[in-house]
Design a protein around this ligand. Structure first.
Ligand SMILES: C[S@@+](CC[C@H](N)C(=O)[O-])C[C@H]1O[C@@H](n2cnc3c(N)ncnc32)[C@H](O)[C@@H]1O
Length: 315
């Protein structure tokens, strides 16, 4: 039996609108989660349309499998491997739209057995795919103090990274840290002060989760591969939840949508652009959106979300 699940999809209407759905098109929801985006996409497709829904979490895949719809194809995988699947289906360059809603779902955070929450006690696991990679507690036990500090700094922007890493390292020598509330307590005892509106363990948990799931590399790979997956005029929309993700998305959009700063001869003809810049100019950036005040008041988790969209060029 599946547990009750509940995930408030962020920027749902805006992100699907930005895909400009063609009812008979082929779409990919690369982060199925609780299925908010997938269900809305399905409602906009006709009988010829197709949707591939992906998630690396088997619990999400179980939820997806409950949807009985011939147009839906469910794949248990990381989205960095999507290109291989689409190649096998002979669908490279034929996808009309891709949605990515990054990070973890409320379903994952609310389930204390997954170890994502610094507020609920549970095993310190933090893996989206429980059958792949190593749980966070094992990594923390085997990592050097320097490496822990590096992860907290780089993936959590944690200003007390050094102090926290030291305490984690020393505590693991005395008794292995295996539970989320043990880690939370260590963090609280490591740092001299914190913002009363932000839990002191928030950044450390985020950093460990990003590291354990290789989240930023996954994102870089799918963005690059989207250029091969999308059909001309196909669209990609990405919802990110923190500055590290958004920076990668923004840099990707800039890199493939702008001509080099210094071009000797201007204006360029369409043929010149096609011949000289086809390896650079791949997409048209369609802009960014943030949740409204109303959405933030209903779903506080949406406050940091940024949606960015782009359209593949036909050159
Ligand atoms: C924010 S939730 C998506 C919520 C979904 N849009 C909804 O409306 O319910 C993110 C989901 O993406 C999955 N995920 C994150 N990174 C992934 C990756 N690299 N490959 C596949 N799935 C991933 C997570 O397991 C999680 O279920």
């Amino acid at each position: 039996m599946l547990k009750n699940y509940n995930h408030n999809t962020v920027l749902l209407k805006e992100s699907i609108e930005s895909l400009n759905i063609n009812p008979s098109g082929i779409y990919i929801d690369a982060t199925f989660g609780g299925g908010g985006h997938s269900k809305l996409i399905l409602s906009k497709l006709n009988n010829d349309g197709k949707l591939f829904s992906i998630d690396r979490d088997i619990e999400s895949i179980k939820i997806a499998s409950l949807i009985k719809d011939k147009r839906l194809h469910v794949i248990h995988s990381t989205f960095s491997l999507l290109k291989n699947y689409m190649k096998n289906y002979n669908l490279l360059g034929k996808i009309n739209g891709i949605i990515l809603d990054l990070g973890v779902s409320s379903i994952q955070i609310d389930d204390s057995t997954r170890g994502f929450s610094f507020k609920k006690d549970g095993p310190l696991d933090c893996r989206m795919d429980k059958n792949n990679g190593i749980p966070a507690f094992k990594w923390l036990y085997s990592a050097s103090e320097k490496k822990i500090c590096w992860v907290l700094k780089n993936f959590g922007n944690e200003r007390f990274a050094k102090l926290i890493a030291r305490k984690i390292f020393l505590q693991n020598k005395i008794k292995k840290i295996t539970r989320t509330n043990e880690l939370s307590k260590i963090i609280i005892n490591s740092i001299p002060c914190w913002n009363k509106y932000k839990h002191p363990a928030r950044r450390t948990f985020q950093a460990i989760r990003i590291f354990i799931n290789n989240e930023l590399e996954e994102l870089k790979i799918i963005l690059k591969n989207s250029l091969l997956l999308l059909a001309p005029y196909g669209r990609i929309s990405i919802i990110s939840f923190h500055s590290l993700e958004d920076k990668i998305v923004k840099n990707f959009m800039i890199k493939y949508s702008q001509l080099p700063l210094f071009i000797k001869k201007l204006p360029l003809t369409e043929l010149e652009i096609k011949n000289n810049y086809k390896n650079i100019l791949k997409i048209k950036y369609l802009g960014k959106k943030k949740p409204s005040k109303k959405e933030i008041s209903i779903n506080y988790r949406s406050r940091s979300a940024i949606l960015r969209s782009a359209e593949k060029l036909k050159i």
